[in-house]
Design a protein around this ligand. Structure first.
Ligand code: SF4
Length: 362
């Protein structure tokens, strides 16, 4: 019989077996884990939530990830790229709403015109907002030079999800070709970190054939990589993809949801001062999913600022909230009154203490 959850939680430096024990704690013990994670969040990054206005810039993607509705082989979606004016308008909406930061996300596209356009957009947004709006990019695998250009233009955070830190599992959910190589993904993540970005990654929880051991390894991977931020969520099938063509089992969805809460809580406990997103995917399974994630130690929420007419084209998974009900100002997910035990911090970038500490130590 292993250690009780209380004794594991008392350890200053949990090792891999402690991480696995926390992930596998029973239903009675889980609230203790969640409360500890929220207390760690409050102590190391404060009991508040930061906002990132999400702009889904384009759903044109050269890749074919087996789980993703935006994959290039999905001919059922209408492809779009927001105009420069639309991106700037969305950024200004974030600025006027005092969100503090935006996140620009897109399918993967490394064409010269996209690299230049993003560079120019980042510069313009910084100028228009007098450097007051933080900018996160999540635009996939790019060359070192591109990461540097966007960083020099003024982007300061980059999110590139590893999706599965096990190479074997990664290969099972991606096509076996040169566009989808695990080691290329790792190299890009390293290049992002070395360029100087606050570096984020994340995984899907509940992939077919994924084990608890894989999930423990995912958390160890994030700690070893010394990430500054994490966006992870439950795997949710999309019916127009190879991994989703057989539909979704709601029982498993609930399991994935609960497992994601545990992943968030354990990550907070082992990486105390990073930023952790309460993902929209959590809200897809449970309307209160975002709030529950915050109760378990998450501290970032991403209201969607993508113009309403584009949202149905950016369904990486099915059932994503907010794509039918965008209001006139094209903002969804801003109902933040019920975030448990926290306050929303407006008007600041919301950087992680971890990043500053990491840069000082080097
Ligand atoms: S997960 Fe990203 S890179 Fe893969 S198909 Fe979807 S949008 Fe493209």
């Amino acid at each position: 019989m292993g250690d009780s959850i209380a004794s594991v939680l008392g350890k200053a430096n949990p090792d891999r077996s402690d991480i696995l024990a926390m992930l596998q704690c029973n239903e009675e013990e889980a609230p203790l884990l969640y409360r500890r994670a929220a207390a760690v969040r409050d102590r190391y990054v404060g009991n508040h939530v930061y906002l990132r206005g999400l702009i889904e810039y384009s759903n044109i993607c050269g890749k074919n990830c087996l789980y993703c509705g935006v994959r290039s082989d999905n001919v059922k979606i209408e492809r779009y790229t927001m105009s420069r004016e639309e991106v700037l308008e969305a950024a200004m909406t974030a600025y006027k709403l005092n969100l503090g930061s935006i996140a620009i996300q897109s399918g993967e596209n490394s064409s010269n015109s996209i690299v230049e356009t993003v560079e120019e957009l980042v510069r313009s947004i910084r100028k228009m907002t007098d450097n007051r709006l933080g900018i996160t990019l999540s635009l996939g695998e790019q060359s070192r030079e591109t990461y540097q250009r966007w960083f020099d233009a003024g982007a300061h955070r980059y999110l590139l999800r590893i999706e599965a830190s096990s190479e074997a599992l990664y290969r099972r959910v991606h096509p076996d070709d040169d566009m989808h190589r695990y080691h290329r993904r790792l190299e890009c993540l390293k290049a992002i970190q070395e360029t100087g970005y606050q570096t984020g990654t994340g995984v899907m929880v509940g992939l077919p054939n994924q084990t608890m051991s894989d999930l423990a390894d995912d958390l160890v991977f994030m700690r070893d990589f010394d990430i500054d931020m994490c966006g992870m969520g439950p795997f949710i099938e999309h019916s127009d993809t190879p991994l989703g063509s057989r539909g979704t089992d709601n029982l498993f969805l609930n399991e994935r949801f609960n497992l994601t809460l545990r992943m968030i809580a354990v990550l907070r406990i082992i990486m105390k001062d990073i930023n952790i997103v309460a993902s929209t995917a959590m809200q897809t399974i449970d309307p209160a999913g975002r709030e529950k994630a915050i109760s378990c130690g998450a501290n970032v929420v991403m209201p969607n600022l993508t113009p309403a007419r584009y949202r149905s084209g950016y369904l990486i998974y099915e059932g994503k909230p907010g794509y039918r009900e965008a209001d006139e100002s094209n903002v969804s997910g801003l109902n933040l009154d019920l975030l448990p035990g926290t306050t929303v911090e407006l008007g600041i970038w919301g950087d992680t203490p971890h990043y500053g500490r990491r840069r000082t130590v080097r």
